[in-house]
Design a protein around this ligand. Structure first.
Ligand SMILES: [Zn+2]
Ligand SMILES: [Zn+2]
Length: 123
C-alpha cells in the first residue's frame, strides 16, 4: 500500500486520515515530533533527523488550489419557535475558482455567509 518513492508530502491524503503527516525523506510517520516556533510548526523526524516546516496553507478541498480567501460563515440554529438565530460565525476558506460567485457576493454584502443547509424553518 505504500506509495513507492513518494517525495511530495500531502498532509491530508484521502485514505490516510490517521496519518496526518509523514517524513518526506524516509516516510516515517510515528517517530515525529512537532516544534513550535512563532507561527510556524516544524516537524522533526527522529528516525532520520530531517526537520521541515509543516504546511499549514489552506487549500481548496475540491480543486487543490491555494488561492483561497478567508470568509465567515454564520452558524445558524433554530431557536425555540420558528425563528432562526445566528449563534456565531466560523472561519472558512473560499476558493477563488470554485467559489467565485459566492466570494463576490460575500465581498459585496460584507456579512457572514449563510450555511449550505439551513434548519428547516418558516418565516
Ligand atoms: Zn525521516
Ligand atoms: Zn477550488
Amino acid at each position: 500500500m505504500r506509495p513507492g518513492q513518494a517525495t511530495r508530502i500531502t498532509t491530508t491524503t484521502v485514505g490516510q486520515m490517521s496519518r496526518l503527516v509523514c517524513c518526506p525523506r524516509c516516510n516515517e510517520d510515528e517517530n515525529l515530533r512537532g516544534e513550535r516556533s512563532g507561527d510556524n510548526i516544524f516537524i522533526v523526524c527522529e528516525a532520520c533527523g530531517l526537520t521541515w516546516q509543516r504546511d499549514l496553507t489552506p487549500r481548496c478541498d475540491r480543486c487543490g488550489s491555494e488561492d483561497v480567501r478567508p470568509a465567515f460563515q454564520a452558524v445558524v440554529e433554530k431557536s425555540r419557535g420558528t425563528q432562526l438565530s445566528m449563534q456565531s460565525a466560523r472561519l472558512i476558506h473560499l476558493c477563488s475558482h470554485c467559489d467565485a460567485a459566492l466570494l463576490a457576493d460575500y465581498h459585496k454584502t460584507n456579512s457572514p455567509l449563510m450555511p449550505d443547509e439551513l434548519p428547516t424553518a418558516t418565516e
